[in-house]
Design a protein around this ligand. Sequence first.
Ligand code: CTP
Length: 398
Amino acid sequence: MLGKTILLIVGGGISAYKSLEMVRALATRGVRTRAILTKAGAEFVTPLSLSALTGEKIYSDLFSLTDEAEMGHIQLSRSADLVVVAPATADLMAKMANGLANDLASTALLATDKKVLMAPAMNVRMWESASVKRNRALLEKDGVLFVGPGDGEMACGEFGPGRMAEPAEIVAAIEQALSASGPLAGMTALVTAGPTREPVDPVRFLANHSSGKQGYAIAEALMRAGAATTLISGPVSIAPPQGVKLQRVTTAREMLAACEAALPADVLVMAAAVSDWRPDIAANSKIKKSVDRVVPLIKLVENPDILATIAGGPHRPRLVIGFAAETDDVVTNAVAKRGRKGADWIIANDVSGDVMGGDRNRIHLISEAGTEDWPDMTKSEVGTQLAARIAQKLKGAA
Ligand code: CTP
């Protein structure tokens, strides 16, 4: 999303204040906002607050000669990567559906060659009226995207659909719409993350310290780059990235089955710390210390190797990337792992410090071309850079 620009049209509705919060959230993601404030919108938020948050001049009058000289309505609507209407009033929907152009907002909507995302906000009876339904159907047919409205109590005291979607939801929808023009658009990615848990009995399990942070960051970065991304996650306590298809699993065998069901994919990133072994038998009832006071011996059996199975299987992704979490001889072990598992790339890292659970990572990228040592960076930066490298590789090979 870094470096993208949206054109935000703020219509007249009590929820216009939520658009201000949305602009802030977009700014932290590196998205620039240019805004058109309609006359009705200006009754709810001021040009000054919008301008302070966007850091830009606010456009509001179609016939302002200075505006037209600086950036006319055609250029305004075309220089953005996406046009977002929030709140989208019944009036703005009707104008766009029917091609009306009698103010700056409707003129920009008619002139744009970019995708338009609308976040409707209106009274429930208006939302359910025949004409709004008709206009929505027309807009959808024309390729306009929608986010919300949500259900709930409205400012007017009524209940039902009509509340504008929350800023986080709109930001997620914007990310998704922007990623449609990303370098991985049209491709599919499968990412695994987190530990697996292998049950000993109903209350105990075998697991490891993986937090899932690196895998989640990679899945999010791939999604932002435009890939339709499936994330298969072991038990972790972090929030799933919006816009990624999440499937939760517990054991290694469940993870393998979920991965196989999610194939084919263009790229696989096995960031999960899969448990190499599982107890031979998972007891059905809690193993009791008090029964015979014998310390139980847990016999372990080997789990399937998911990475090796998929790399050698019939639906091998075009690019297979494994991880190598090592405590000793990091690069040597990882190079051997790449050959043993049949992966194209291995991301090796030294986990003897506080990498597991931490927010930073220092990785080595091992490929057919040799070993690259990446500097220490955040896990999110590793995700972004890796997604860029994946795009380069897949596009080069396409
Ligand atoms: N992996 C897997 N299935 C397993 C074990 C590991 O798919 N049963 C994957 C991991 O997701 C990772 C890569 O294989 O991408 C390497 O995992 P790692 O635990 O470092 O390697 P091991 O196979 O366990 O080898 P070793 O114990 O020798 O380090």
